[in-house]
Design a protein around this ligand. Structure first.
Ligand code: HEC
Ligand code: HEC
Length: 158
C-alpha cells in the first residue's frame, strides 16, 4: 500500500511540473502545437514527411568537438551491410585493408575488451560501428545550440 501511495504522489508532482512548464511556454509566446512537435503541425495532424536530404560525401575528415568524440563519417554508407555475417566497414578500416583503401585504421581502443585487454581483431563491443559513428546530412538545424569547444573556453588555444 505504501508503494501505491508513493507512486500517486510522484505522478501528482510530475503532472504539476508539466502543467507549470506548459504555462510558462505559452506565456513565453510559444504556441502549444510548436511545443508538442518539431514538425510544426498539430499533434493530431498527419502531414507528409519532409524529403530526405542526401548523405554527405565530401571525403573530408571533420574536426572533433572533444577528444573522445567518435569522428563523424565523411562518406556515404547507404547499403553498407553490418551484421553477424559481414562488416562492410571493416573491408576498408581494418588493419589489413588500409593499405589498399587508404582509410584511417580503427584506433587501438577498438581492439580492447572491457577489461582493457587487446584482442587480435575488432572487439565485439566495437563491432556495430553505427552505434557511435554517424554519416552527415546537409540539413537546417531544427534547434540551435550554443556549444563552444574547450579551446574557445580556454581563450584561443591551438
Ligand atoms: C570503400 C572503403 C570504405 C568503406 C566500406 C567505409 N569507409 Fe569509412 N572511410 C574510408 C576512407 C577512405 C576514409 C577517409 C576519408 C574519406 O576519404 O572519406 C574514411 C573515413 C571514415 C571516418 C572518419 C575518420 C576520421 O578520423 O575522421 C569514419 C568515422 C568512417 N570512415 C567510418 C566508417 C563506417 C562506420 C563505415 C561502415 C558503415 C565505413 N566507414 C565504411 C573508406 C571506407
Ligand atoms: C562504442 C563506440 C564505438 C564503436 C561501436 C565504434 N567506434 Fe570507432 N571510434 C569511437 C571513438 C570514441 C573514437 C575516437 C577515440 C578513439 O580512437 O577511441 C573512434 C575512432 C574511430 C576512427 C578514427 C581512428 C583514428 O585513429 O583516427 C575510425 C576510422 C573508426 N573509429 C572506425 C570505426 C569502425 C569502422 C567501427 C566499426 C567496426 C567503429 N569505429 C566502431 C567509438 C566507436
Amino acid at each position: 500500500m505504501r508503494g501505491y501511495d508513493r507512486s500517486s504522489l510522484i505522478l501528482a508532482v510530475v503532472l504539476a511540473v508539466l502543467t507549470a512548464a506548459g504555462a510558462t511556454a505559452i506565456a513565453a509566446g510559444i504556441s502549444e502545437n510548436e511545443l508538442a512537435t518539431l514538425r510544426k503541425a498539430a499533434i493530431t495532424d498527419n502531414p507528409s514527411a519532409p524529403t530526405m536530404r542526401p548523405q554527405g560525401n565530401t571525403d573530408l575528415r571533420q574536426v572533433r568537438n572533444y577528444p573522445e568524440q567518435p569522428p563523424v563519417i565523411p562518406h556515404k554508407i547507404e547499403g553498407y551491410q553490418v551484421d553477424a555475417n559481414v562488416n562492410k566497414c571493416m573491408t576498408c578500416h581494418s588493419r589489413t585493408a588500409i593499405e589498399e583503401s587508404q582509410a584511417p585504421m580503427v584506433s587501438i581502443t577498438h581492439f580492447m575488451d572491457r577489461d582493457g585487454q587487446f584482442l587480435a581483431s575488432i572487439s565485439p563491443r566495437r563491432y556495430f560501428c553505427n552505434q557511435c559513428h554517424v554519416p552527415q546530412h546537409e540539413v537546417k538545424r531544427p534547434v540551435d545550440n550554443t556549444f563552444v569547444d574547450v579551446d574557445t573556453v580556454l581563450g584561443g588555444g591551438q
